[in-house]
Design a protein around this ligand. Structure first.
Ligand SMILES: [Zn+2]
Length: 706
């Protein structure tokens, strides 16, 4: 996520030369996110009336949603429990160990005067400690763990001791280049480190009630605020992230200066000439920096970022090409873009800023209709770790950084809160179950930085990276799962994700409501809810109707009922009594997806999707080279649960054919021969599960013939 100019191919441990790809690869993705007009079929005996086309299915005006804290959600889910447990027992441990070996924790100890040595790792190494702390904090709230808590307290003590008297904290600047403080925001990631610092501090405070880290973060935020802002020093973040974190800090503390500083950073983007150009001009041309082991002048590195054309200082790499409110197409580094857009959404949520909202709508349209993978992942290119041109979505060379998927999920959650529209929750779910989950192995200690959608056998996860942003992002996002499952609005409770759990929250009038949901999602779509209220109470229960679902049905206390669906949610408003039961049936079927014809690599191919899961053909499940498998259009596809496979997955099976190799010895071309298809059985597994058995080929997009 931070190689601004080093092209990373499949293995980010080894930065390589640019991977040349056909620039015309164009894509499409069809995501089935269409607004739902749901036809109903009764479950059980009753057949409730269909609502397709009725007035109830008209789009409703935006509904502003409020967070339900992850602390109010107790997850007990067959699919997610093992992953959360692994994150707790394995991933946190593995990431802590690597943060120690890499020097990231030691840097803090040196800055604190508690150890001797030199700073190790990149400028942003501090952020990897903060992300571990954030994940560890959520985990402590979910599962008390004295050993983990002691480790957390120890790291917090180092952070506190490393902070300078005026509140400044950035170990690279403190130990390597103190004169550079705030002189090169484009390059040195002080803003990015501070953003993750604030996020960790709020997470720790919310999870444990302790202010030990929050107080340190407040001192640092106050320093930022005393330096930057209207009438003070100009500046914008080189790597966005501090904007969303400042809003988070504002929400935790009620200190409006932090919100205003976030606004200031967002408003400063896209000036002509760019703030970054001024920084660049002020640089000492001889000053060097060690960037991932390579010592060069800082100008050299910045030329790679901003001056690919020496006559044009182009800052689109970090979304500085236009003022935020004028931006239309997603450009540049994907993680930076997602963090910026998340920060814009946060500011818009707090201030009602229409200009930001309109820009976010345009940007969201741009990415979801032209620049997103079928898994929800984004950023096809290793050269800028980000966006290229419309429909450029290569498969084997897909970059699709795990952090970018996490950022995209965070952004969509914010848009969901702003609009109460299920299409954002659909995307959040798509990302979570596919692009994000594929980023970590079942063992919890191997990670993807890049996430290809096909592999000729070399793609694999790694235990760490020179730039370990993705492992440390995974370790914080998984234990925050509860944060995404439910929301509240003025008139009731919203279920965004189908995760077996129990939530206890208060409605707008202060009434406490419990809701438990149970299911075998994502394998099956029957979800049962039970309401808990001390006295009968009228409110709305809003259940997401996924965009891919057809024929969703509902019963309340055994009685089928018509559903009123708008903006992707079925709204059930009634007087709820204690122990009321709802059964919500979301048919989960296997679907073939095709891509927009301009996605060159996917032409003539299909991807398989079942519910929220995208599938792939992986070599161990198939008798011939998966690159040679063809899926005839008329082939009936079936699904079955295989409890012993990959910790228990539902697979998709059917009859395919294979592209033969007979008669090709010593030939490269020949007159077209009409070959007889050779049938064979095929089996597809969920994409998130690839690479958990052995190195081997896999493909998401499968050639399909009439
Ligand atoms: Zn990353």
């Amino acid at each position: 996520m931070y190689f601004p100019f080093l092209c990373v191919s499949v293995d980010p441990m080894k930065p390589k030369q640019a991977v040349f790809r056909r620039s015309q690869r164009r894509l499409v993705l069809w995501l089935g996110l269409s607004l739902c007009l749901v036809t109903l079929s009764g479950c059980g005996g009753k057949q409730p009336p269909a609502v397709q086309g009725d007035a109830a299915s008209q789009p409703a005006p935006p509904t502003r949603l409020t967070d339900v804290s992850f602390k109010q959600v107790r997850i007990d889910d067959k699919f997610w429990n093992p992953r959360l447990e692994t994150n707790h027992k394995k991933t946190l441990e593995a990431v802590y160990k690597k943060n120690t070996e890499s020097g990231a924790i030691q840097n803090l100890a040196i800055a604190a005067g508690k150890a001797k040595g030199q700073h190790r790792g990149p400028f942003w190494a501090d952020s990897d400690v903060y992300k571990w702390l954030e994940g560890a904090s959520y985990t402590l709230a979910l599962s008390p763990d004295a050993t983990l808590e002691a480790k957390v307290d120890e790291v917090i003590a180092l952070i506190s001791a490393a902070q300078q008297k005026d509140g400044y904290l950035d170990t690279y600047i403190q130990l390597v280049n103190p004169q550079a403080r705030w002189t090169n925001l484009a390059f040195f990631h002080e803003d990015f480190n501070a953003g993750h610092f604030f996020e960790a501090a709020v997470a720790h405070y919310e999870s444990t009630g302790k202010k030990t880290l929050l107080d340190v973060a407040i001192r640092n935020a106050d320093l930022w605020d005393s330096v930057f802002g209207p009438g003070k020093r100009a500046g914008i973040p080189g790597h966005e992230g501090i904007e969303l974190a400042l809003v988070r800090l504002y929400r935790a503390t009620g200190e409006k200066r932090y919100l205003r500083l976030a606004q200031f950073f967002i408003d400063g983007r896209g000036q002509k000439p760019s703030f970054f150009e001024g920084e660049y001009q002020r640089l000492n041309p001889a000053k060097t920096a060690n960037f991932l082991g390579e010592v060069r002048t800082i100008r050299y590195w910045q030329d790679r970022m901003f001056r690919k054309d020496p006559n044009n200082f182009d800052t689109s790499y970090c979304q500085d090409h236009l003022p935020a409110r004028q931006q239309t197409d997603v450009v540049g580094h994907a993680v930076r873009a997602m963090y910026l857009f998340s920060g814009m959404a946060d500011v818009a949520y707090e201030t009602g800023d229409k200009g930001l909202l309109e820009a976010l709508d345009r940007l969201h349209h741009s990415v979801t209709t032209k620049r997103m993978y079928v898994t929800g992942g984004i950023g096809p290119s290793g050269e800028n770790e980000g966006f290229t041109t419309d429909y450029d979505l290569p498969n084997e060379n897909a970059y699709q950084e795990t952090c970018a998927s996490i950022g995209m999920m965070m952004w969509n959650h914010r848009l969901l809160k702003l609009k109460g529209d299920g299409r954002y929750a659909d995307l959040m779910e798509l990302l979570l179950y596919n692009a994000v989950l594929a980023g970590v192995s079942f063992s919890g200690d191997q990670f993807c930085y890049v996430n290809p959608l096909a592999s000729s056998g070399k793609a694999k996860r790694h235990d760490w990276f020179l730039v370990p942003c993705c492992p440390t992002n995974v370790v914080r996002i998984l234990p925050s799962l509860g944060h995404y499952v439910y929301s509240r609005s003025e008139d009731g409770l919203w279920v965004n994700l189908y995760v077996q759990s129990e939530v206890t929250t208060k409605l707008s009038d202060g009434t406490e409501v419990k809701l438990s949901q149970s299911s075998n999602y994502p394998w099956e779509g029957r979800v049962r809810f039970k309401v808990g209220v001390s006295t009968p109470r009228e409110f709305s229960l809003n259940l997401r109707v996924p965009g891919w679902a057809k024929g969703v049905a509902c019963q309340v206390n055994g009685q089928g009922m018509p559903l009123s669906v708008s903006n992707g949610y079925a709204r059930i408003r009634r007087q709820w009594a204690n122990q009321d039961e709802i059964e919500f049936n979301i048919p989960i079927e296997t679907e073939r997806l095709e891509a927009h014809p301009q996605v060159v690599e996917d032409r003539g191919k299909v991807a398989l999707r079942r519910g929220p899961l995208v599938y792939c053909l992986e070599q161990p499940d198939n008798s011939v080279d998966v690159e040679r498998i063809v899926l005839p259009m008329e082939t009936k596809l079936e699904s079955r649960l295989e409890p012993q496979l990959l910790d228990g997955v539902t697979v998709i099976v059917g009859r395919g054919t294979q592209i033969g190799t007979e008669g090709w010895e010593n030939r490269l071309y020949r007159p077209l021969v009409s070959a007889q298809p050779q049938p064979l059985s095929i089996k597809a597994i969920p994409y998130y599960a690839w690479g958990n058995r052995q190195l081997g080929k896999f493909v998401v997009w499968i050639p399909s013939v009439p």
